[in-house]
Ligand binder design. Structure first.
Ligand SMILES: NC(=O)c1ccc[n+]([C@@H]2O[C@H](COP(=O)([O-])OP(=O)(O)OC[C@H]3O[C@@H](n4cnc5c(N)ncnc54)[C@H](O)[C@@H]3O)[C@@H](O)[C@H]2O)c1
Length: 448
């Protein structure tokens, strides 16, 4: 089940061609290598799909287990891993080994474990068919580009980037992915949840009349910190404690609230807002280990038809929490809970309710592998680009305190990435003498 799989590619390829990454007509040298792997597998009488995991943290561990447990085929094997830090990768491998029911699906010897900032390329080059990209979003554009260039099928986590230049890189690489018939899934698991699919289909069929406004929440107590260690370079510290640095994370409005903003755009028919204004700041999370991100944002987004969408995200303990999306129309309203049940209430009628079905995190892998095996086009990037850029637009509004248009945002040349990727390279942001990092100041900060 998929909320809206791309119909961009209509050309059918055979299952074997598809697993090989592309048809010969569009192959580059690296993809030709991939075809060889497919032939080898075929000659051996197997249809084994080899997987590399890049980014071996919490989500990477989950994604690997879900890919190995996909319902479409048992012929999968995790063969390579890459992470910035060796201890994270070793912990992840142990977790996958203990949680994956079929131990034969894991074959990752030390020579196929790559610990470095740029080790991902070596994992991609291990003769794999599928790459799982589960790193922080600041690395997504370069890692997606590398996987596409190598002709691999891809599952990658959301969000797709942390700034407009990164988003444009994703869009360009995705055009290549489509030309190569690569299957690309993105970790918007809500797109694969029954309650979301059922409710949004009815909203689009007019169940609550014309939608006048929408609300989205990702209010929680926040996430971990990974305090500075004495032997770390500044880059090592920032990549380890990545959540709090915009060049790696994008702020929690981008990293987490992107889920709800994607649902808002989905309800509106796969579009995006044209304008945003908002406010935010940091009130509670202000220590040395909290880097530069805000702990709350409130944004008023406007769509082209004038519909308003109110978005709230907060990382402060002890407050009202909600992970949910809501739409209000001329005939009623709908509420969709991230992890709970959902309902549509048409005025004067009994509510229609849906319980949570199978976990979308698993279903998204079932759907990806099923599409790959069937040789069906599969690409979830376009709507994810809209969602990522909507969230970045929201951050631009809260950081600047100004009204920001979509056109200004998407054309922004503000590039948050470092000049080079090495542990001794200069980090894009630096702490002051007191160890505190500067953060955005509405009214002053140039946010795009
Ligand atoms: N879809 C969902 O429900 C969901 C849930 C959680 C996280 N996520 C997403 O998954 C991604 C990872 O989040 P997480 O919670 O697993 O974080 P995490 O910190 O647990 O894991 C990230 C891992 O990536 C590694 N890493 C950092 N830079 C790297 C690089 N250049 N190359 C290779 N590895 C690198 C880190 O060392 C770490 O082990 C984020 O984009 C996040 O938004 C999605």
């Amino acid at each position: 089940m998929n909320g809206n799989p791309s119909k961009t590619r209509v050309k059918r390829t055979s299952r074997r061609e598809f697993l090989s990454g592309s048809t010969a007509a569009v192959l580059g040298a690296s993809v030709a290598g991939n075809l060889g792997i497919a032939r080898t597998a075929h000659a051996a009488g197997s249809d084994l799909i080899k997987i590399a995991l890049i980014g071996c943290g919490g989500r990477g561990t989950g994604a690997a287990i879900q890919a190995l447990g996909n319902k479409a085929t048992p012929n999968v094997k995790l063969v390579a891993m890459a992470d910035a830090f060796r201890d994270r990768m070793e912990k992840c491998l142990k977790a996958v080994q203990s949680r994956c029911k079929d131990k034969n699906k894991i074959d990752v010897p030390p020579e196929r474990m790559f610990a470095d900032l740029l080790g991902f390329q070596k994992a991609i080059d291990c003769g794999v068919d599928v790459v799982l990209i589960c790193t922080p979003p600041g690395f997504r554009p370069m890692q997606f580009e590398a996987a596409v260039k190598a002709g691999k099928h891809i599952f990658m986590e959301k969000p797709l980037a942390v700034d407009a230049p990164g988003t444009r890189r994703i869009m360009a690489a995705n055009e290549e992915a489509k030309k190569k018939d690569l299957a690309v899934a993105v970790g918007h698991h809500l797109r694969h949840e029954t309650k979301h699919c059922e409710v949004i289909k009815r909203l689009q069929d007019g169940a609550i009349g014309d939608i006048k406004y929408m609300r989205a929440y990702f209010n929680s107590s926040g996430v971990w910190t990974r305090p500075r260690q004495p032997d770390q370079t500044e880059m090592q510290y920032q990549v380890r404690n990545w959540y709090y640095f915009n060049w790696v994370c994008g702020d929690h409005i981008v990293e987490q609230h992107v889920h709800d903003l994607d649902v808002m755009n989905w309800i509106k028919g796969e579009t995006h807002p044209v304008e945003a204004n908002g406010m935010g700041g940091r009130q509670v999370r202000i220590s040395k280990d909290h880097g530069e991100i805000f702990d709350h944002h409130a944004v008023e987004f406007t769509y082209a038809d004038g519909t308003k969408m109110f978005s709230f995200c907060r990382h402060i303990p002890g407050c009202w929490n909600s992970f949910s999306e809501h739409a209000h129309g001329t005939k009623g309203h709908a509420s969709i809970q991230g992890h709970g049940r959902s309902e549509i209430v048409v005025d004067g009628q009994e509510p229609m309710r849906w319980k949570r079905g199978p976990d979308g995190h698993q279903v998204e892998h079932d759907d990806l592998f099923a599409a790959m095996l069937a040789g069906k086009p599969y690409n979830e990037v376009d709507y994810s680009v809209n969602a990522t850029m909507t969230a970045i637009l929201g951050r631009m509004a809260t950081y600047s305190g100004k009204v920001v248009s979509w056109d200004e945002a998407i054309k922004s040349t503000l590039d948050l990435s470092p000049k080079s990727y090495a542990w001794d390279a200069e980090a894009p942001v630096k702490p002051g003498p007191d160890g505190i990092y500067p953060c955005a100041m509405p009214g002053v900060t140039k946010a795009w």
